[in-house]
Design a binder for this molecule. Structure first.
Ligand SMILES: NC(=O)c1ccc[n+]([C@@H]2O[C@H](COP(=O)([O-])OP(=O)(O)OC[C@H]3O[C@@H](n4cnc5c(N)ncnc54)[C@H](OP(=O)(O)O)[C@@H]3O)[C@@H](O)[C@H]2O)c1
Length: 162
């Protein structure tokens, strides 16, 4: 009886040593295959509409967002202060995706309410699906608990944007 138990244990250890790494490898391979299989890129146009507005779009995070949105087939409205940089960025976006439309608007958010009024009238005929705000003041507005609880009133930057 002891001999049988011994050989059973030896066999189990043998299988564990030989097949353990193989099973682990197969498991990882399975996970990778399933991830690739399940990966569905969201069609932003279908989900949100054709146009995306990106502020702070000529540098840094805003520009990175704009590039990603261009690659994902969204028409872009690029907003920053410097017209030259805006034109350069527009060309870059069209190089990424020549099928999209890109409009630019030079606005300085330091102008306060006037800036938002300009944007508001620029966006009149456009149905905006995605709004990427990469200027700290605006992000600050959106993160403001007063905003979250809708207490900022009609003059809030966000309301003017809409
Ligand atoms: N980088 C980070 O890790 C990080 C993390 C959290 C938050 N943030 C905040 O996110 C924002 C963007 O960061 P970033 O690193 O991408 O900055 P960035 O590289 O300096 O880019 C800023 C962009 O905003 C535009 N801009 C600056 N002032 C403006 C104004 N008064 N009116 C209109 N456009 C203006 C700039 O273009 P023009 O000069 O042509 O106007 C540029 O396109 C900043 O406010 C930053 O504090 C950044």
């Amino acid at each position: 009886m002891l001999t049988i138990a011994f050989w059973l244990l030896v066999t189990l250890i043998y299988f564990w040593i030989v097949f353990g790494p193989v099973m682990k490898f197969l498991h990882i391979l399975w996970e990778i295959i399933m991830q690739i299989y399940n990966q569905k890129t969201i069609d932003l146009r279908t989900k949100f509409g054709e146009w995306a507005v990106v502020t702070g779009s000529t540098d840094g995070i805003g520009k990175a967002y704009a590039k990603e949105l261009a690659a994902r087939n969204m028409n872009l409205i690029l907003i920053s202060r410097n017209l030259e940089k805006l034109n350069r960025t527009k060309d870059e976006m069209l190089l990424i995706n020549s099928k999209i439309q890109v409009r630019i608007l030079a606005v300085d958010f330091a102008e306060g309410k006037d800036a938002f009024t300009k944007i508001h009238s620029f966006l009149q005929d456009i149905s905006v699906g995605i709004l990427d705000l990469w200027i700290m003041d605006i992000i600050g507005t959106l993160l403001n608990p007063e905003f979250k609880h809708n207490k900022l009133g009609d003059d809030s930057a966000f309301n003017l944007f809409l």
